[in-house]
Design a binder for this molecule. Structure first.
Ligand SMILES: *[C@@H]1O[C@H](CO)[C@@H](O)[C@H](O)[C@H]1NC(C)=O
Ligand SMILES: *[C@@H]1O[C@H](CO)[C@@H](O)[C@H](O)[C@H]1NC(C)=O
Ligand SMILES: *[C@@H]1O[C@H](CO)[C@@H](O)[C@H](O)[C@H]1NC(C)=O
Length: 490
């Protein structure tokens, strides 16, 4: 049996031997449901036409989210991530309206399309009454599109061109100076790049985030375009927020991304994402490459992957179901973040089988789904959240146990994160495959429950487990003694 000494000690004591700050630890046990505020729910539960290609506001609001908190909570989530809340530029650009919230105009006002300050506080209170957390998306790197002096005059508080880096579009992503000092966008829509070297601007932004967190009782912030701001800007900004900070560092390379885990609590783990879709999209996908990138991140990120956010979909990337219609492969991909060291994040609509491709197609209105709960992927997500919660309840050290890969073959991948064992495969719905997992530290004879099928098996005399699949479905095992109620309720 390959039982590492550190893990043996952790198992023996079953303590969470973590030195992470409290706020990160509090977030670690959560799972997050990401919504685009404009697209998640209409107040009063109505429906309205919403054509993603139009890139226009569709009418979702904070009150709409409040009305649908039962839906989110029933899925098993205990935190939500909402779109940026500040007032954005009005009007229609080549790339539509600012319905996504990433084009700030006045950081001291709210985006009135989403509701009032009272509505936002009401959302925060409604979440807290359910012991759920509120994560708000914030953008520091840029303001909205600026092409004239009138654009700058409309910005608050940075109302002059001198508060921004001189206009130049980013052309070379391998040149970090270019990435930090030049502007995102193109000739048609270029985003004014805030001069985050200016001391008054730094102080202003730090004060702003401190009041924003306090005014709206925010529990965590997701920070946009983190790699486009100098690294040493971030520690004071994070400290000023006083809460959990997770940054978007859109890059495939763990070494590049790792640096940002030293200035924020965590990153949105793009390196895992880059390997995830290709690994499961076809039966020739490379599951070793997926395991390898995770092992690299575990070694190079400040606290391993603990405290980072892990996702399979988000608003910037095509949905997995736009790349394959195979439900078994889709279920493997949906499951992966839930047995990962990071905090699982599900992008709204994945549970409803949404299939949108590149932005803006991946920003569908959820009201068009009817929020139906009797659905295959909805049930899948509920089961995954319930299993993760049962694992945490069984042993808090689950949260600080690094995931291991006791089996990696051309078409199978086993992820062991005591007390969970997940078996993945990319063979697809019509494929047959088997797993032969060795080297777990389940005691021989332990009774395990497979949470999707609700069937039971026993760990063999050497601590191993063999399993067969004729449908390409993932499998997830938890000791039958764990407080997992989902099978009983069926
Ligand atoms: C500047 O952008 C706005 C939209 O952001 C557009 O309405 C206006 O026509 C543009 N002006 C110029 C000179 O390109
Ligand atoms: C990197 O980008 C900056 C800003 O655009 C530019 O001034 C500099 O020459 C570039 N360096 C290299 C090595 O290309
Ligand atoms: C799969 O990925 C691993 C790790 O990155 C690599 O060593 C291997 O060559 C890849 N296999 C194929 C078939 O591409």
């Amino acid at each position: 049996m390959s039982l590492s000494v550190s893990r043996a000690l952790a198992l023996a004591t079953c303590f969470a031997a973590s030195s992470l700050a409290a706020s990160v630890v509090e977030w670690q046990e959560r799972s997050i449901y990401q919504v685009l505020t404009d697209r998640f729910a209409l107040e009063g539960g109505g429906t309205a036409r919403c054509v993603t290609d139009d890139r226009k506001y569709c009418g979702g609001t904070y009150r709409g989210i409040i009305d649908k908190l039962d839906y989110i909570q029933n899925l098993g989530f205990d935190a939500i991530w909402i779109s940026p809340i500040v007032a954005n530029v009005g009007g229609f650009t080549t790339y539509g309206e600012a319905y996504h919230g990433y084009w700030a105009q006045d950081i001291y006002k709210l985006n009135s399309h989403f509701g009032s300050a009272d509505d936002l506080v009401a959302l925060s209170n409604a979440l807290h009454a359910r012991d759920m957390y509120l994560m708000v998306d914030v953008v520091v790197n840029h303001f909205g599109p600026a092409n004239s002096s009138a654009s700058f005059e409309s910005f608050n508080p940075f109302n002059k061109p001198s508060y921004f880096h001189p206009r130049c579009l980013i052309t070379n992503y391998n040149n970090q100076t270019d990435v930090e000092q030049c502007w995102l966008g193109d000739d048609k829509v270029a985003l004014a790049d805030v001069n985050t070297e200016n001391l008054w601007i730094v102080t202003t932004l730090n004060r702003w985030i401190a009041s924003l967190v306090k005014d709206y009782r925010i529990d965590g912030i997701r920070i946009d375009t983190v790699k486009h701001v100098r690294k040493d800007f971030w520690p004071l900004f994070a400290a000023a927020s006083g809460i959990y900070t997770v940054g978007e560092v859109f890059h495939s390379n763990t070494a590049y991304v790792a640096d940002y885990t030293y200035v924020l609590d965590g990153v949105l783990d793009y390196p895992t994402w880059y390997q995830l879709f290709p690994a499961f999209q076809t039966s020739t996908g490379n599951l070793s490459a997926l395991a390898e990138v995770i092992l690299k991140a575990q070694r190079s990120y400040k606290t391993g992957l603990f405290g980072s956010g892990v996702f399979s979909e988000n608003h910037d990337q095509p949905r997995f179901a736009s790349l394959t219609t195979d439900t078994a492969r889709i279920k493997n991909v949906i499951a992966f973040p839930f047995i990962h060291d990071g905090i699982p994040i599900l992008y709204y609509g994945q549970e409803q089988g949404y299939t949108g491709g590149n932005d803006p197609a991946n920003r569908e209105a959820l009201w068009l789904s009817g929020y139906v709960e009797e659905k295959e992927f909805v049930d899948h997500v509920k089961t995954l959240n319930a299993a993760r919660k049962a694992a945490i309840a069984t042993c808090a050290e689950y949260l600080v146990t690094p995931m291991e890969f006791p089996e990696v073959t051309a078409t199978t991948l086993a992820v062991y994160k005591h007390p969970l064992l997940a078996l993945f495969t990319n063979v697809g719905s019509h494929g047959t495959t088997s797993w032969d997992v060795q080297g777990t530290d389940y005691a021989p004879g332990t009774e395990l429950l497979e949470v999707f099928s609700c069937s039971k098996v026993y760990v063999d005399s050497t601590g191993g487990l063999t399993a067969l699949s004729t449908s390409g479905q993932p499998q997830l095992y938890i000791p039958a003694s764990a407080p997992f109620e989902h099978c009983k309720n069926r």
